[in-house]
Design a protein around this ligand. Structure first.
Ligand SMILES: NC(=O)c1ccc[n+]([C@@H]2O[C@H](COP(=O)([O-])OP(=O)(O)OC[C@H]3O[C@@H](n4cnc5c(N)ncnc54)[C@H](OP(=O)(O)O)[C@@H]3O)[C@@H](O)[C@H]2O)c1
Length: 296
């Protein structure tokens, strides 16, 4: 089968499509025939060597939508089931940017009924990250939340999930994104100046760090998205960073919310897997809203 890998770190041109063995599922694993797989910032980090793996073959791709192909019977999966999954792909030889991927059975959820595979592939990584970041903040309904990077994939899902829970969301995004983030459920828009200490919590999907921490009220909560890069706690603010965990049951809840129209699956463009370098180059240009999705 074909799979996107890097063996030498660098820019978009460092990505190669190699011919590799189809992976075999072991006990407790499912093999998925990939129908669509999103390209995320973490794949850029892997490509550039941010997460290490020098001298190894590093697979790319965390998000998968496709059909069960082998394995998973003990967990109730059967060949042909339409599914989505998070493939936790931190420096592994094979990612989901491939024709087949093997994941733990408990990372898999039934695919949305209301979306095609291309749209479904935008859900697992970023909706799980948003949900797990909101867990860290533990804000009750009626609380106030500032989401930075609200027009992005993590930020957008966070706005929608928080608004759905009755949290009052202020979205910090580029001026041009005001209409978008309001359509996702942000009650307020912060394009420029933000009031210090004005929020019960901040979910910092734009990785603004100490600047974003200053917007949390004394004793509030801050959630970052880059473990190890979160700012030092101050003024009694709880500081944590989300590290996404594959969780099929939680993903099934997020699929339900997508089917109910609570979560919007945003696709910018699709590329055949053979054009993976072009997709990386497009992401590097910036200004992409919605995900770039590869189709093997
Ligand atoms: N820890 C984990 O488990 C985990 C999981 C998933 C993602 N992440 C991380 O979470 C971050 C967000 O991921 P993503 O997929 O949501 O990225 P994304 O789709 O690129 O979204 C980031 C958004 O933030 C905006 N932004 C950046 N700086 C800004 C600023 N100063 N003011 C206003 N908006 C700003 C960007 O706008 P422009 O495009 O115009 O710059 C973009 O809309 C990434 O760093 C990613 O690696 C972590």
């Amino acid at each position: 089968m074909r799979a996107a890998v890097v063996t030498s770190f660098g820019g978009p041109e460092a990505v190669r499509v190699d011919e590799v063995e189809v992976p075999e599922p072991g006990a407790g694993q499912v093999r998925i025939k990939v129908a669509a797989t999103a390209l995320n910032p973490v794949d850029v980090g892997l490509r550039e060597g941010v997460f290490g793996g020098e001298g190894q073959t590093v697979g790319l791709g965390w998000d998968v939508a496709g059909t069960v192909d082998a394995g998973g019977a003990a967990a109730g999966w059967g060949a042909g089931d339409e599914v989505v999954a998070l493939h936790h792909c931190m420096v592994k030889p094979l990612g989901a940017h491939a024709e087949y991927v093997v994941v733990p059975a408990d990372a898999v959820a039934r695919a949305p009924r209301t979306a095609d595979a291309v749209h479904a592939a935008t859900l697992p990584l970023n909706a799980l990250t948003a949900a797990q970041a909101l867990d860290l903040l533990a804000l009750p309904a009626g609380g106030s939340l500032l989401v930075t990077g609200a027009a992005g994939a993590v930020g957008g899902y966070a706005v929608q999930l928080a608004a759905h829970r009755g949290i009052t969301v202020t979205a910090l995004a580029r001026e041009d994104d005001e209409e978008l983030v309001r359509s996702l459920g942000a009650a307020h828009f912060a394009g420029g100046r933000v009031e210090a200490g004005g929020f019960d919590a901040v979910l910092d999907a734009a990785v603004l760090g100490g600047r974003a921490l200053a917007w949390v009220r004394d004793g509030g909560a801050y959630a970052g998205v880059i473990p190890g890069a979160e700012p030092a706690p101050e003024r009694g603010v709880r500081v944590a960073a989300v590290e996404v965990v594959a969780d099929g049951a939680r993903l099934a809840e997020l699929v339900r919310l997508a089917d109910e129209g609570v979560l919007t699956l945003r696709v910018a463009e699709t590329y055949p897997l053979a054009d993976v370098v072009k997709a990386h180059a497009r992401l590097a240009e910036g200004g992409v809203r919605g995900r770039l999705v590869l189709v093997p």
